[in-house]
Design a protein around this ligand. Structure first.
Ligand code: ASP
Ligand code: MG
Length: 407
């Protein structure tokens, strides 16, 4: 017998009409004889509304109370869906994270799931009921409600699918899958039928956020397939799954970009062991996230280090670096917050050679200057001027044969 966990996001729960539509999907699954459990997000905008209300009272509300508060959004949508399913004669009940045995550890507002003790849900589901779980929440050792971080319902859904030994975790959302690149930049972008967990993580870290990253990491660890699909159009979406040979056939699976980047260079640092640590220690202390790092070969006993940070951290990073520069008697700190990252991603890179040179030649053809380069086994990233992002993405999408209709 097939067993699925279906997760409905905020837009799919956004109004009573949308909830009826989600109920259609659940009902169809039950009628097809599939054992079905459901995880829901709060109605779209609801979590923000709750946070806003608390902040209107107090600029730094108590963390325990915040989790207690925001976890209610999911309770509303879960019980509304249960009410609608019952009206149709489908056996269904809603359960909070606490009732469903989602035990967590770690801080309020970003707790991690420690275990799922879902015997009760399992029994109900085996008896033909549809259990509906409130996503995004659990209960800590003290018995208090905790939440899993924004977008956490995806992770709840994958965790439930693993605990119930489901065949697949269907994530219904407002997009119909993962695309080879952003369709707003490339009209011929194609929906990817199958993508590996690793590729999905790389696409997401490059700004293509559809699933909470933790949900993909969790699915990868337990090899739980995720089917990301639209709740509005009934077509197959993208299957996020284990890497297979078919995936390696193409050199590149997708082109991703991120405009939210800035770069900082510290020049003329006296070159001796420990300088990288002296530069990045203070940056880490300030809790700034560094990404691409390049250090030059030293000339005349000094060297340069350049790295990127999210644009929101730029001003602070510059201040920290200026201090480092003074302390180390380096020559100068320079910054630029009009840069962006463009990446090509694909497990096929492991078995195709020449991918990097093809990428660089394509950008050269377009007169796009590459400022920094970094690579991993399945990704090559370049830092370029932000104004070239569209042209770079379009050219790379064509070069690697990703356009719809191309073979
Ligand atoms: N409602 C929560 C949020 O808005 C969790 C989720 O939607 O996944 O972040
Ligand atoms: Mg979401």
């Amino acid at each position: 017998m097939t067993r699925v966990v279906q997760k409905f996001g905020g837009t799919s729960m956004g109004s009573p009409e949308r909830i009826q539509h989600a109920a259609d999907i659940v009902e169809r699954s039950v009628q097809a004889g599939v054992q079905t459990a459901v995880v829901v997000s709060a109605m779209s905008g609801e979590t923000n509304r709750l946070i806003g209300m608390a902040r209107s009272l107090c600029s730094e509300p108590d963390k325990r109370e915040m989790d207690q508060l925001v976890s209610t959004g999911e309770q509303v949508s879960a019980s509304l869906l249960a009410i609608e399913l019952q009206r149709r004669g489908v056996a269904a009940h809603s359960y909070t994270g606490v009732q469903a045995g989602f035990r967590t550890e770690g801080s309020y507002s970003r707790a991690r799931i420690r275990s799922v003790e879902c015997d009760r849900l399992f029994t109900r589901m085996s008896g033909g009921e549809v259990p509906i779980l409130t996503g995004f929440q659990g209960v800590n050792e003290a018995g208090d409600v905790t939440t899993l971080g924004r977008g956490g319902s995806d992770t709840s859904a994958v965790a439930l699918a693993i605990a119930l030994k489901a065949d697949v975790c269907d994530i219904y959302t407002d997009v119909d899958g993962v695309y080879t690149t952003d369709p707003r930049i490339v009209a011929q972008a194609r929906k990817i039928e199958r993508i590996s967990y690793e590729e999905m993580l790389e696409m997401a870290s490059q700004g293509a956020k559809v699933l909470q990253n933790r949900s993909v990491e969790l699915a990868m660890r337990y090899a739980m397939p995720i089917h990301l699909r639209s709740s509005f159009v009934d077509v197959p979406g993208t299957l996020v799954t284990r890497e297979d040979e078919a995936m390696e056939r193409a050199a590149i699976t997708g082109v991703a970009y991120n405009r939210d980047e800035a770069k900082i260079t510290i020049k003329g640092i006296p070159d001796h062991p420990g300088i990288a640590s002296s530069v990045f220690g203070p940056i880490a202390e300030a809790e700034l996230n560094v990404d691409v790092i390049v250090q030059n070969v030293s000339e005349d006993g000094t060297t340069d280090i350049t790295f990127t940070v999210p644009r929101g951290d730029y001003a602070q990073a510059l201040r920290v670096l200026q201090q480092v520069c003074d302390d180390m008697q380096a020559r100068q700190v320079k910054g630029d917050d009009t840069v962006a990252k463009v990446s090509i991603i694909g497990v096929g890179m492991r078995s195709h050679s020449g991918v990097a040179s093809q990428m660089f030649a394509t950008l050269a053809d377009k007169g796009i200057n590459i400022q920094m380069i970094t690579t991993s086994e399945i990704k090559i990233t370049v830092v370029i001027e932000e104004k070239h992002v569209d042209a770079a993405v379009q050219a790379l999408h064509t070069t690697f044969g990703l356009n719809a209709g191309a073979v």
